[in-house]
Design a protein around this ligand. Sequence first.
Ligand SMILES: [Zn+2]
Length: 379
Amino acid sequence: MNVITIPKPHKVASVLKKHIPFSEEEDDDDTSTVAIKTENGTQTKFGKGKGKCISNGIIQKYIKQIVPTQKPKKRKVKLMDWKKYHRLNVIYEFIDELERDYPAICTVSVIGKSVEGRDIKMLKISNSDASNSAVWLDASIHPREWITTAVVTYIADMIVKNFQNLSNSITNKDWHIVPVLNPDGYEYTHTHDRMWRKNRACYNGEFGVDLNRNFSYGWGNNGNEGSSEEPNNIFYRGPAPFSEPESTAVRDTILGSTTPFKVFLSFHSYFELIIFPWGFKKEPCKDYLRLLEAGTAMARAIQETSGMTYRVGSTKDLTYYACGTSIDWSYAIAKIPYSYMIELRGRKHRFKLPKDQITGNCVEIWNAINSLMNYIDNH
Ligand SMILES: [Zn+2]
């Protein structure tokens, strides 16, 4: 008797029954009898009996119709790398694949939907130890800052693929990584306007809220100096705090976590800075010295890695008033003690960092993050 083992679908035998007139009576002596064995171990035999006879060839023909013999088409999605900047589908396929390949430590979830209905995906990396603290990394809240997504996906890749060999200060954290916090804007920078900064909400006929001015703490302070009430302005803060689904997704995920967050890193470009609260006022926050010290530990690691100099200080020390930022909210309301905005490379090329600098920026930030985690575990 011939035995044909076929792959999915498991239901092929019952499908065959619908299509072929046959008897299931067993006749092991008859070489035209065929047993169809599916992957889940069920076996159905087809052969002649009670006057009905089907040949091996007919069954093969039906199997070919139901179970295509050619291999599945190659995935259309391009593979992830850090040699160039990628579209949203490549980024999302990359984290989905990490989850498939490393299910013991990786979970991908959708933490919200953008204005245009795109998924906001988050990769969580954790060994599920109950004593872990949580770390937040987000990128592309400002979508033209493409290098940020490249860097956080690199961090994810390093943690997941080297998990067994990394220091405790990395593996004793629950990593929450949102590679593209503003997916509508991110796609828009690829398809329409490379310099787009805001999301794609529409107010009074004007597009876009600056999501990093839409958080509640200090929202709207300092009039038009720290954000704008005009929908056509690049710093438009939105009609109300958390009016946007993208900022709301951050709030709900962090406040809904059962693991306390210790670190919040929001990535931007291109000023090469390590920034901590406050942004909405010039007075130092109560943890100014600790934040300065830990920030300096990161800056030192960067300098030792690549020679790049990142300056460290509060938002107002280094730039200008910024009101309604995610780090003022994460520090003040979510009580995350190490809240930083990291402005990546590069001053020379601004938002269009050449792709041959992606890896260099990734490596220096990976070392900075290691240094920060060490600092935190030792203080
Ligand atoms: Zn930015």
